[in-house]
Design a protein around this ligand. Sequence first.
Ligand code: KIV
Length: 269
Amino acid sequence: MKQILIPKLLRHKGQEKLTCLTGYDAFHATILDESSVDMILVGDTLGLMVQGHDSTLPVTLEEIIYHARIVTRCATTKLVLVDMPFGSLQADVALNVEQSIRVFKDSGAGALKMEGATSEILTTIRHLTPMGVPVCGHIGFQPQSVHLSGYKIDGKTLPDQQRLLEEAQRLQDAGCFAIVLECIVDGVAELITQSVEMLTIGIGSGLGVDVQVLVLHDLLGMTTGRMPSFVRQYAQLQKTALAAVNDWVDDVRSLNYPSLGESYQNPNQ
Ligand code: KIV
């Protein structure tokens, strides 16, 4: 197996920062596999980035398996995490375990990610980890609960800080090897990082986490519209792609494309 395994990644905790980016298809996976990034997340953000929805909620189990299978086929050296989509983890623990095993087996991913720290999710994790299914938790802002919570920054008050610390501890006790901390105020994300042995994977949660994660489309400028303030764009691919398409259309209209070299010549004429 060429894929980097979890014990090796865990050894970096407290030593050096790790990185994770989302990826949803062969184009992303081949770039990320060649890059120096440490992990790839087949996140349910694919609902927004690939499918054109306005939230992560419509993504189905079949769709996440489909995308994760493509990513694991093309990225063979990185740890690939795959999100359990909205509705796939309900109150019925037996069903949760069955769905989780299905995603783990069929996707070829190295770990599953689950939003929330409800008692059903904790019990599900307690069943999965002894079977050899690594699980990453996810607390703070949870996009699958956006209808109830709205877009919020978590950890601003003392009770919220206490709850986050307790949730992290419970997820670790259940067996998680890592935990996503989404939109949690700096100092609190750092406190959680120091209080657990798991890797903390931060998005919009400041410097004090073990792993930084971003949505690939945000980092590469492949999306339009308002960006969250924690996003730093390193390219403007949407603009570059639009300009390339329009240049080609102009060339076609002005008979500048195709040239002789871009056409097949008959050697017998
Ligand atoms: O689905 C996703 O891409 C995520 C990241 C934003 C952490 O959960």
